[in-house]
Design a binder for this molecule. Sequence first.
Ligand SMILES: C[S@@+](CC[C@H](N)C(=O)[O-])C[C@H]1O[C@@H](n2cnc3c(N)ncnc32)[C@H](O)[C@@H]1O
Length: 265
Amino acid sequence: MLSYQHGYHAGNPADVFKHTVLLTLLSAMQEKPNGIVLVDTHAGAARYRLDSEMALKTAEFRAGIEPLWARDDLSGPWQDYREAVRAVNPDGVLRVYPGSPLLMRGRLRKNDRLFLCELHPREQERLAECFANDRQVEVIAGDGYQALERILPPPGGRGLVMIDPSFEVKTELEIMTRALKTALRRFGHGVYLIWYPIIEGRDTTPDALPGALGLTDEQWLDLRVNFSPAQRLGRMTGCGMAVINCPWRARALLGPLTEQFAGLS
Ligand SMILES: C[S@@+](CC[C@H](N)C(=O)[O-])C[C@H]1O[C@@H](n2cnc3c(N)ncnc32)[C@H](O)[C@@H]1O
C-alpha cells in the first residue's frame, strides 16, 4: 500500500520548479488554437491547505512557495506561476497550494480536456470532490500508467502527459520505462513531462530513458536543479523535469529556468 501523501510536501521547492515548468510548457503549447488532451498520471489531491497539520509538520513550503509569494521582482514564467497560486488565494494571504490538477484546470480552454489519475483512495476522494460535475475533467481512480493505454492516442492528435510519481517503489524507473514504451507506440509525437528527484545514495535520475526508448537528442530535454542548503529536503538535494518531444518554442522558454531557479534562493 502506498503511504505517500503530497499534503506533507505541497508548495516545496520541488513543486515550485515542477509547476513552473508545467505551466510554461502548457502556455507554449496553447499558442496553437487546437485542443489539447492533458493527462496527470499521478495527480494527488489537487488542493492543499498550508495551515493544515500535515503541511505544518514538515513546513516544506516555507523554503518553496512562501519566499516567492511576496517578492516584487518576479517576471516571466515565475510571475505566471505565482499568479496561478494567487488565483486560489484571492484574499492575498497564502493559505492554499494548488497541485498540478488545479493548475492545469486553471489553464483549460473550452477545447482542452484533462484526465487525472490517482491510486491512493484518500487522495482519489479529495480529487473527485474537487472536480465533481466538471465536464472537462475526468478523474480516474486507478493506475496512471495503465490509464495511458486507454487515453492515448488523443482524438485531436495533441496531448501533454505529466508523469509525477512519488518514487516510493525502487523499480519506479523500470515501470515508467515500460509504460512510456507503450505510450510512445500509441502516441509517438505526444509531449511527455517527467518529474524526478535527485536523492543522495539512490539512482532516481532517468538518464537511461532516451536509450531505452530510442529517442533522438532533439526528442529529449532534461532540466535539472540543485537545491540550496535551505531548500534541501532530507536526502533530496535537487530534482529534474525531463521532456520528451518538447515543442521548439517551449524549449526556448524552458532552457533558462534552471539558472533562474538557482537565482531565486
Ligand atoms: C508526487 S504526488 C503527485 C503530485 C501532483 N502531481 C502535483 O504536482 O500536485 C504522487 C501521487 O501519485 C500517486 N500514485 C502513486 N503511484 C501511482 C500510480 N501508479 N498511478 C496513479 N497514482 C499513483 C500517489 O498516491 C500520490 O498521490
